[in-house]
Design a protein around this ligand. Structure first.
Ligand code: NAI
Length: 290
């Protein structure tokens, strides 16, 4: 059994849904958990201390260790306070699961700057800020595990979610770069793109999904990715309903010529669009151009 005894985990947005499930699972397996949640509505408005406290209390009632935090991940002060809560209560931070999120869906033509900025602030800035606040501690310890929460909507696009998909694809870049920079200090970073029945999706998913797409089926992957035995880093996984799959950003073999003109490109479009054989790194992409 993968255990987390003596590990300290911060889970953001853990008052509901997926984050709540991650927090309960890690705590049940021995982790000391900071249950962070601002406690607002799905669109990010409002705040309440209730959800974070309820989950932290439940963990303690079950015999685990947890403290609640109601700080906002999207502000530098909030992110610092979340990490400070972990240090004050448990002395360190081993694990950060950036899960807090909001939704402000609107078709692209109708999206407001505020809807765009607010969604990026919680998902992208929040994940950046909380990870960065914990990063010096992880570096000093030579150990850290970060999981960011992307989405199939970001990886593949989705109607009405220009803000959300921008944010969720942005998290892929953040994850890969934390993975690269953190490697020499034992820090691993990965992203998940989940599907689960939560307050965020209950109005969107068919009713029969509720029993199959439980948050617990996503938390199982999160627990593996943040375990010390998992050395994988910089990867993205779709996860839901009991299925886990690697998603990779790949570059096809392409079409190469010394005489590159719009017409030559148009005439060789099939080769440009080909998928196999592919390369997976910026270095191999550059080599293929030489
Ligand atoms: P949820 O709405 O139940 O949970 C999100 C939590 O984040 C809420 O408890 C909310 O209070 C908290 N939160 C929002 N803004 C915050 C802030 N500024 N600071 C601290 N906490 C904040 O939704 P769910 O489904 O559990 O979502 C969790 C994550 O998974 C989100 O990042 C979401 O975008 C992502 N996701 C969920 C999918 C699903 O199928 N449920 C699909 C793809 C991604």
């Amino acid at each position: 059994m993968l255990r987390f005894d003596d590990r300290v985990a911060i889970i953001t947005g853990a008052g509901h849904g997926l984050g709540r499930s991650h927090a309960l699972l890690l705590a049940e397996r021995g982790a000391k958990v900071v249950v962070n949640d601002l406690g607002g509505a799905l669109d990010g408005t409002g705040a309440s201390a209730g959800p974070a406290a309820e989950v932290a209390d439940l963990i303690v009632k079950n015999g685990g260790q947890a403290v609640a935090s109601t700080d906002n991940v999207a502000t530098p002060e909030g992110a610092r306070a979340i990490v400070q809560t972990a240090v004050d209560a448990f002395g360190k931070v081993d694990i950060v699961v950036n899960n807090a999120g909001i939704l402000r869906d609107r078709s692209f033509g109708k999206m407001t700057v505020e809807d765009f900025d607010q969604v990026l602030a919680v998902h992208v800035r929040g994940s950046y800020l909380v990870s960065q606040a914990a990063y010096p501690l992880m570096k000093a310890a030579g150990y850290g595990r970060v999981v960011n929460t992307s989405s199939p909507a970001g990886l593949f696009g989705n109607f009405g979610q220009a803000n959300y998909s921008t944010a969720k694809m942005g998290l892929v870049g953040l994850t890969k770069t934390i993975g690269i920079e953190g490697a020499r200090n034992g820090i691993r970073a990965n992203a998940i793109a989940p599907i689960a029945w939560t307050r965020m999706t209950e109005a969107l998913l068919p009713a029969e999904f509720e029993a199959k797409f439980t948050p617990e089926r996503v938390s199982a992957l999160v627990a593996y990715l943040v375990h010390e035995s998992c050395e994988t880093s910089g990867e993205v996984f779709t996860v839901g309903g009991g299925r886990v799959a690697r998603v990779f950003v790949a570059e096809g073999p392409g079409f190469k010529t010394d005489d590159v003109t719009p017409e030559v490109i148009a005439g060789n479009w099939e080769s440009v669009m080909a998928e196999q054989p592919y390369v997976l790194t910026a270095g191999d992409s550059m080599k293929a151009m030489l």
